[in-house]
Design a protein around this ligand. Structure first.
Ligand code: DQA
Length: 145
């Protein structure tokens, strides 16, 4: 089994009740369960985490880089302005796939910019929770570098 970290930024712990018209009705626990099950079926040991803290997210990226662990990252609102998170992602030593539940490009203008995408292996957005599962597929298939 290969280890994979699925890291989630601010407000994603509120899935299920947070703007369900945009993010759906599945909870964060549902997301975690889907990722763990989907990963296990593909030989991946998936650890799903969420934090509202930029510092904690950065620390997890440092740990992933030190351990050469691939990351599926939904940076949430940090996507659009956190240069600190970008710098941490740039230190990656394994694939890092940026994911979004919604399609930020189809939303408000401030969401059209990602400061993370330029240092990610790839980006998957707009497929609901399936965005995460598609990212796990890419990691399992070694399609991401
Ligand atoms: C999001 C999109 C971001 O713009 C937003 O701030 C989020 C969630 C998504 O998954 O669609 O918190 O990353």
């Amino acid at each position: 089994m290969r280890d994979v970290l699925v890291l989630n930024g601010p407000n994603l712990g509120r899935l299920g009740t947070r703007e369900p018209d945009i993010y759906g009705s599945a909870t964060f626990a549902d997301l975690a369960e889907q990722c763990v099950t989907h990963g296990a079926e593909r030989g991946l040991r998936v650890d799903v985490r969420q934090t509202d803290s930029e510092a904690e997210l950065i620390r997890w990226l440092h740990d992933a880089a030190d351990a050469n662990v691939p990351v599926v990252l939904n940076p949430a609102a940090f996507t659009h302005y956190s240069y600190a998170l970008r710098d941490a992602a740039a230190m990656r030593t394994a694939p890092l796939i940026e994911v979004h539940i919604s399609n930020p490009h189809a939303r408000e203008e401030f969401r059209h910019t990602s400061v993370i995408s330029g240092v990610a292996s790839g980006v998957i957005a707009g497929f609901g929770l399936d965005s995460y599962l598609l990212a796990l597929d890419a990691i399992a298939a070694d399609a991401a570098t």
